[in-house]
Design a binder for this molecule. Structure first.
Ligand SMILES: [Zn+2]
Length: 667
């Protein structure tokens, strides 16, 4: 995930949007839209279309969010539950899935196994009493398979050789997720810390430690995290377009040894047989700092950090009292009420751990071949119109336009489900064993299949996905592919019975959005083969950047909480560029159709973004989500387009009005 960008000056011809604040209600916060609040479509299109849903939809027990995506996932999950409990299903996939499902729900066996495995792991780590001992510990299977570490490594794609898998070297995880929280903690960070500390304290208590001992470990671990977080990239920096360049630092094993003389990173990799000619160090500043902090003086802090990480990670996979405690703490953290039923939790768990078998069983029952053909057709049509659209962007030079069209021609179009799967015929789960045994077997299997078997080989593009039962889609810059997953073919997004306009407003917009990621601030840095390369002329890229900067300023000026918090335009820039381009492409398709019903199209676009969530979750999203808030994905995006204004007769003074000179659509 590394990116490249050129620092650019703003271009004077653009006028900065003059919004002081958002004219719309923060309608995604549950309870914000009431019966009495019924704006006209000219003032708040999003609430107007979704009013009934927004004012009546509930958050199910255990959920902090409800949305078009949730409704669709609920349908999928109900089908998955039927599959996982079907006594007539047989075969290897069915056996794996049904076994894991029963093991998760078998509280008696889980209670009996209790914390015994964790106790052993904690004892081993407790015995480590020096920095040298710690270095040796990092070379053990315990550290590797249970992620008890201060550095991380995994499989990636080399930025300059996207056909090859590489070895990515990264910083260890932070309990607060974002390094920025250690510099200035936000209310969201405080909530995360409270939940983390409560989980760790509970688990220590269960292991026989006193409250004071737990508090001491937590304080010591936090001090170490704070010291290292100082030198780590914040989420905002990681998401920023210039991260592509910053995070690309290829190096050899010898160079790693030189760069990390104190912390034995190279020896740890060798101990785990993780070696590649293509290695990349994501955060050199972090590694430099780690070498300064890896001292006997900090030994206690590092060990405390590892212990907290180890015990905290077990709360959801041991016994029932631990799981119930976890649910209680989650309710506080995310503002939810009640618990998700156990059988639904078991479905999620099995889906997450056995995505290949679960996907194949689902496809055999619920996805007709025709659905794949339909989607392929919409993709082809979308790409065709994108070509026309890119070809007519008069602000780009001819050479950049030609390159953009080339990139579009080379794009891999993956629809619904793959024809090839990772071979898991040798995976076994012992029905007589414990849930922990099953998890260990699964971990070993997936590390072998998805890491060791792939390291130092070429990318097999046919294995584009293993989980097709999620309501989602994505663009992958490193292979220039759009991936429209079977799971999203339902609900408000797509049904065979929908009108053509509704399909364009639903799945069409999803496809248009994903295609445009090839040309957003990140995607623009990758060429048609997925390598990071400069294919824009300098002048065109400056113009593009200036357009993106205007879009950032437009979002920066918005207020997005009832208290008037300003939005972070940089964070949501790439996704918003994708939304705008998606709309533009669909409007292009519409133009060629006689009698196109724009009302149906715009309304279904608003419908796919219907969403309510708790205030706690909403606050979190504002910090970590690169997508704009759903009401802005509708209102702030649609108001960029003249067709939307003219079709509904929106005029100055209307909430949805945006003067032409203030519009910021990049494409
Ligand atoms: Zn996106």
């Amino acid at each position: 995930m590394t990116r490249l960008i050129i620092a650019l000056l703003a271009i004077a011809v653009f006028i900065t949007p003059s919004y002081a604040e958002s004219p719309w209600l923060n309608s995604n916060i549950k309870g914000a839209v009431t019966d009495g609040y019924t704006p006209s479509l000219k003032d708040d299109f999003y609430v107007h279309v979704n009013h009934e849903w927004l004012s009546t939809a509930q958050l199910r027990p255990g959920y902090s969010r409800n949305s078009a995506f949730n409704e669709l996932q609920d349908i999928i999950d109900a089908r998955l539950k039927a599959i996982m409990t079907d006594p007539t299903l047989s075969g290897h996939d069915a056996e794996l899935v049904k076994t894991l499902y029963s093991l998760w729900l078998d509280w008696d066996s889980r209670n009996e196994a209790g914390l015994s495995e964790l106790k052993g792991l904690v004892q081993t780590l407790e015995k480590v009493d020096s920095l040298d001992g710690l270095s040796r510990y990092f070379m053990t299977e315990d550290s590797f398979y249970h992620d008890v570490n201060i550095s991380d490594f995994g499989l990636g794609r080399d930025n300059k050789d996207s056909e090859s898998y590489n070895l990515e070297l990264a910083a260890g995880s932070l309990s607060l997720g974002d390094a920025a929280e250690y510099r200035q903690m936000t209310p969201n960070g405080e909530r995360t810390k409270k939940m983390h500390d409560s989980i760790v304290t509970y688990m220590f208590r269960r292991l026989g430690y006193s409250e004071e001992e737990a508090a001491k470990y937590l304080a010591s671990a936090f001090a170490f995290e704070k010291a290292i977080a100082e030198h780590m990239m914040t989420l905002e920096e990681l998401y920023s377009p210039d991260a592509i360049d910053k995070m690309y630092n290829p190096l050899t094993m010898d160079e790693l040894r030189e760069k990390s003389p104190v912390y034995p990173f190279a020896d740890i990799l060798e101990a785990h047989s993780a070696y590649s000619d293509l290695m990349n160090l994501q955060e050199p500043e972090w590694l430099k700092a780690l070498n300064e902090l890896y001292t006997e003086e900090n030994f206690a802090g590092i060990k405390a950090y590892l212990l907290c990480k180890l015990v905290g990670g077990y709360i959801t996979i041991t016994d029932e009292p631990a799981y119930r405690e976890y649910q209680k703490l989650s309710r506080e953290r995310y503002g939810t009420t009640g618990n998700k039923p156990d059988d639904e939790l078991a479905v999620d768990f099995v889906h997450g751990r056995l995505s290949g078998p679960v996907s194949r069983l689902y496809l055999a029952k619920h996805v007709p071949e025709q659905a794949k053909k339909d989607v392929e057709e919409i993709i082809r049509e979308t790409v065709k119109y994108y070509k026309a659209m890119l070809g007519s962007e008069s602000w780009l030079s001819e050479s950049t336009r030609a390159k953009a069209v080339e990139k579009l021609d080379a794009m891999r179009l993956n629809a619904a489900y793959p024809d090839k799967w990772v071979d898991d015929s040798e995976l076994e789960i012992d029905p007589e064993g414990s849930l922990i045994d099953a998890l260990n077997a699964l971990k070993k299997f997936s590390v072998q299949k998805y890491f060791y078997d792939r390291l130092n080989t070429k990318v097999d593009h046919d294995l584009w996905i293993s989980d097709v039962v999620v309501a989602n889609s994505y663009y992958r810059p490193s292979e220039n592919s759009i991936n429209i997953i079977a799971g999203i073919l339902g609900g408000d997004f797509y049904t065979p019975e929908m009108s053509y306009e509704e399909k364009l407003g639903g799945i069409g917009m999803v496809i248009g959005h994903e295609v445009s990621h090839a040309f957003d601030t990140n995607g623009a840095q990758f060429d048609k083969t997925g390598n990071v390369a400069k294919w824009w002329t300098d002048e065109d890229y400056k113009k593009f950047q200036a357009r993106a900067d205007r879009l950032i300023k437009y979002f920066d000026a918005m207020t997005v909480t009832p208290e008037g918090t300003k939005y972070n335009g940089s964070l949501v820039q790439t996704e918003s560029i994708a939304d705008m381009a998606g709309i533009k492409a669909m409007l292009g398709i519409a133009e060629g159709r006689e009698g196109f019903d724009y009302d149906k199209f715009f309304r279904n676009y608003a419908r796919i973004w219907k969403l309510i969530n708790t205030r706690e979750r909403n606050d979190m999203i504002l910090k970590v989500d690169v997508h704009a808030l759903p009401y802005l994905r509708v209102n702030a995006i649609l108001q960029q387009y003249e067709k939307f204004h003219s079709y509904y007769g929106i005029k100055k003074g209307d909430g949805m009005y945006l003067a032409p000179e203030h519009r910021v659509a990049v494409w």
